[in-house]
Design a protein around this ligand. Structure first.
Ligand code: CO
Length: 220
């Protein structure tokens, strides 16, 4: 019996091996469909925008069994939706107004390093300014979080709250609200992925209008 590969050993990944991998990918893909790349080069029509964590273990396509062309992806540390983040806003604007995606999904994951870092009192440097937004989420839900004695469970719950708040943040944007007010079909969802089981936990906060927003956030 051959030994199972240690997935934490990435020493075989080199600059050259990535380019070799690309050759293999082309060869394997063309074997199945000789016109695959020509067809894909003709454009994209993804029905989904994914806003996920940059963590290497949470690749949007693999964990949803989808292919290139099927999910438009934006990833950052701890899957954040920050209303002054031009990068995220540009991706959202393009996805909603040009690609006309029908779903935007914020996907967090249990054991998220960004969340764990934000819960600590340690200074990490520049990234502290990004993690501050997660500390704000903690403050909003401090009563429930402080009551959870187990540190791991408390982290997991903050991961969930962070997804829920970022779904809420998406709904607050003029981009999403304008799509809704013009009758464009658009749903916003929140998921949490489990690294230990591979399973997606639907936070059941799917939203198709701004009815649940506090009045001050509603645009006319
Ligand atoms: Co993460």
């Amino acid at each position: 019996m051959c030994a199972k590969k240690d997935i934490h050993d990435t020493s075989h990944i080199t600059y050259e091996s990535l380019l070799e991998g690309n050759k293999q990918f082309i060869e394997d893909t063309l074997k199945i469909d000789p016109h695959y790349f020509e067809k894909l080069a003709n454009g994209q029509n993804p029905p989904v925008l994914w806003i996920g964590c940059a963590d290497s273990r949470v690749p949007a396509n693999q964990i949803t069994n989808t292919a290139p062309g099927e999910i438009f992806v934006h990833r950052n540390i701890a899957n954040m939706v920050i209303h002054s983040d031009m990068n995220m806003l540009s991706v959202l604007d393009y996805a909603v107004n040009v690609l006309k995606v029908r779903h935007v999904i914020v996907t967090g994951h249990y054991g998220c390093g960004g969340i764990i870092a934000a819960m600590s009192n340690h200074q990490y440097g520049l990234i502290d300014n990004w993690l501050r937004h997660i500390k704000d989420v903690y403050r909003l839900h401090a009563d429930e979080l402080d009551a959870i004695e187990d540190a791991g469970k408390r982290t997991d719950r903050l991961v969930e709250f962070n997804v829920i708040e970022n779904v809420y943040n998406l709904c607050k944007t003029s981009i999403v609200q304008n799509a809704w007010s013009t009758g464009q079909p658009l749903s916003v969802h929140g998921w949490v992925y489990s690294l230990s089981t591979g399973k997606i936990n639907d936070m059941k906060v799917s939203t198709t209008d701004n009815a649940n927003l506090a009045d001050v956030f509603k645009f006319k």
